[in-house]
Ligand binder design. Structure first.
Ligand code: BG6
Length: 504
């Protein structure tokens, strides 16, 4: 099946400049993704990597550290020849936004490097830093002219998550960046868009004629989006305690899933059309008052428990977490979308840490068939019609429907029709970042968040953030690590006569 795929073109010559090159993200994801691109011959012929560290370190030292990271995190066996070729083109430069002169010196050194490597001046600046460095670094890149596009050379800025911590800070960051570069030059990363199944939502909906006629409030009862994780907060206590489950997952990852499932068909498969429809639907999420937000949400914090063989301590006893923390590690929300397609259809979203299963899925529940015809059969056992788009642990799509049990009597049972990616396609394991990095290099921003989408996402969650902050510990439920989350999350659906789909 894959042999019919057209060959992918190689990106233009360019330099790939990484801020935060000594950090975890660069070691764990960015370099392994570049390695996978190198191994599949998808890096430019003229290419160089420039790692920017705040304090000077030698290129050899950086190369050794990245090579170690690559050996640890590579998704495929490391071929030494490919890895050495990749890291041979790496230079380490020092620059600290607190010291403007260091940026001037870095610009001169970078330009020299680019001449030697014949990259034609095309540059991609990848901000793999903590979020408070995004604006200061961008300002310096602006001041030194490093982001200015000239003589046909492109200059792009890749910004990692989290983009802001609420609506006001996201807007401020957008304003700041848009003073320096055009929207077209900004690539706001959400790694969920690098996942095959997430991209496949568009194909499922718009490359198949049969779904569109039933993809609306006439046929869909409600939609559930679940991103459950087994892991606790590990060593990210201080980041997570200031962030919480809602900020960490909902306006970004869960809303990516939500917008792809609910957007109107774009007129064309291009970045402008697709991103406009995604932003439109997020902007149509019905605003809630703080009282409504409290009523339509559940938040919880995990207590100690066992997940498989791992013993978890109470969240508030975790390293770098405040002992009296009110931060939620679980969030469930009910939202509605104010447009003709979705009016009256509830969307239930849930996500949490330290749960019994790792599962990411979108479950579309279709309306029940009229029962009259089967009135003398055990209709309450009719299985529910779900179409489930599964991202984790198995990538695929499942359709649940009712069928007759063989035999003389009409007995009905639920069955499943399953499509699993791995049964049809052979794909090399990847980090999920390859597609995103490749797209940045070829200048396709379809899989990146536009400013209006980011702000619409924050606008929709802001009432929940505000209401929870005001409520403090009141209403913060608890759940045992390894469980399905707080019982109150079940009540959120039960009061609407519904229930969460059972997970594994
Ligand atoms: C990150 C969050 O953005 O996404 C993490 O900061 C979370 O807390 C992760 O664990 C989940 O990603 P995935 O791909 O494992 O679902």
């Amino acid at each position: 099946m894959t042999e019919n795929q057209p060959a992918q073109k190689k990106p233009d010559a360019c330099s790939f400049v990484i801020f935060g090159v000594t950090g975890d993200l660069t070691h764990r994801l960015v370099i392994p993704a570049l390695y996978n691109l190198a191994a599949t011959n998808l890096l430019p012929d003229q290419f160089c990597i420039v790692g920017i560290a705040r304090k000077a370190m030698s290129s050899d030292e950086l190369r050794d550290s990245l090579m170690k990271g690559l050996r640890q995190y590579a998704t495929r066996p490391v071929d030494d020849a490919i890895a050495s070729r990749l890291l041979e083109c790496l230079t380490c430069l020092a620059a600290d936004p607190a010291d403007p002169a260091s940026f001037d010196a870095m610009r001169d050194a970078l330009e020299k490097q680019e001449k030697a490597r014949r990259t034609g001046g095309n540059r991609l600046f990848y901000l793999a830093t903590p979020p408070d460095a995004f604006a200061p670094i961008s300002k310096e890149l602006g001041r030194t002219g490093l982001l200015k596009e000239k003589n046909g050379a492109w200059r792009r800025l890749v910004v990692e998550k989290p983009f802001g911590t609420d609506l006001a800070s996201a807007k401020a960051l957008n304003d700041e960046l848009l003073k320096i570069v055009d929207e077209q030059q900004i690539y706001r990363i959400d790694h969920y868009l690098g996942k095959e199944t997430v991209q496949n939502i568009l194909v499922l909906r718009f490359a198949n004629g049969m779904f569109e006629p039933i993809w609306n409030r006439n046929h869909i009862d409600h939609i559930q989006i679940t991103v459950d994780e087994k892991l606790g907060v590990g060593h990210r206590g201080s980041f997570y305690d200031a962030t919480g489950a809602l900020r960490d997952m909902v306006p970004n990852h869960l809303f990516q899933l939500l917008s792809l499932v609910t957007m109107e068909p774009p007129a064309r498969f291009d970045a402008h059309a697709v991103r406009t429809e995604k932003a439109e639907v997020l902007a149509a999420i019905q605003p809630q008052s703080e009282a409504e937000a409290l009523d339509n949400s559940v938040r919880g914090q995990y207590l100690g428990g066992k997940i498989g063989d791992t013993e978890m301590v109470d969240y508030d006893k975790t390293e770098d977490v405040k002992p009296d923390s009110n931060t939620e590690t679980y969030a469930a929300l009910k939202l509605t979308i104010d447009n003709w397609r979705w009016a009256g259809v509830p969307f239930y979203l849930r996500t949490g840490k330290a749960l019994g299963t790792k599962r990411t899925e979108v479950a579309i529940k279709f309306k029940q068939a009229p029962f009259a015809m089967f009135r003398n059969t055990p209709v309450d056992r009719l299985s529910q019609n779900y179409l489930v788009i599964s991202v984790e642990p198995t990538e695929g799509i499942t359709l649940q429907f009712n069928t007759k049990v063989p035999g003389p009597a009409i007995n009905i049972d639920g069955v499943e029709m399953k499509f699993r990616y791995k049964d049809y396609f052979k794909a090399e394991p990847s980090t999920g970042y390859e597609t995103l990095i490749y797209d940045c290099m070829i200048g396709d921003n379809i899989l990146f968040q536009r400013a209006d989408s980011v702000e619409a996402g924050w606008r929709a969650v802001q009432p929940f953030l505000d209401a929870w902050k005001k409520a403090g510990p009141k209403g913060l439920e608890t759940y045992k690590a390894g469980s399905e989350g707080p019982a109150e999350a079940d009540e959120l659906l039960q009061r609407d006569g519904r229930s969460w789909r059972k997970l594994g």
